[in-house]
Write a protein that binds this ligand. Structure first.
Ligand code: DQA
Length: 149
């Protein structure tokens, strides 16, 4: 079985480290990618790490993942709260979906409390900072290991 995981990041996350660091911290997305790659090696996962500010690109990566991947760890950023199209794409994916938010969205503005992506996600991680991505990868690996027996 494939141990490929797509790690997908939505709009404005390219500015991680510079953008509202009191909320999102000082680590950059390149730091997150490096940490994900290191952990993936340890867990025997292969990862494809992507970021886009464009909804359609995220959807295209979900479609790509459909063909080959066992899991998707996704921080859809603001699209979390708006995108039926990303939810529809994720609903076509058969593997594990983990939704990650760096901040605790439930502690923030009301409009961040609703997530379309949560209607599909197998697990949701919020408020653990960038560590959430690593927890998401660990969860996908654990589920794959359990399936293998
Ligand atoms: C976010 C939370 C979203 O509400 C926000 O639009 C983001 C980032 C997070 O990681 O905490 O861009 O997904």
């Amino acid at each position: 079985m494939s141990r490929l995981v797509y790690v997908l990041n939505g709009p404005n996350l390219n500015l991680l480290g510079k953008r509202q660091p009191h909320i999102y911290g000082h680590e950059t997305l390149a730091d997150v990618e490096r940490d994900c790659l290191a952990l993936a090696r340890e867990l025997g996962l292969e990862i494809r790490f992507h970021q886009s500010n464009r909804e359609y690109e995220l959807i295209d990566w979900v479609h790509e993942a459909r063909e080959t991947a066992a899991g998707i760890v996704m921080n859809p950023a603001a699209f979390t709260h708006t995108s039926v199209a990303i939810l529809d794409a994720l609903n076509t994916f058969e593997g594990t979906v983990i939704e990650v938010h760096i901040s605790n969205v439930h502690k923030r503005e009301e409009f961040r409390h609703h997530s379309f992506v949560s209607k599909r996600a197998d697990g949701v991680i919020a408020g653990f900072g960038t560590q959430g991505y690593l927890l998401g990868l660990r969860r996908v690996a654990r589920l794959l290991d359990e399936k293998k027996g």
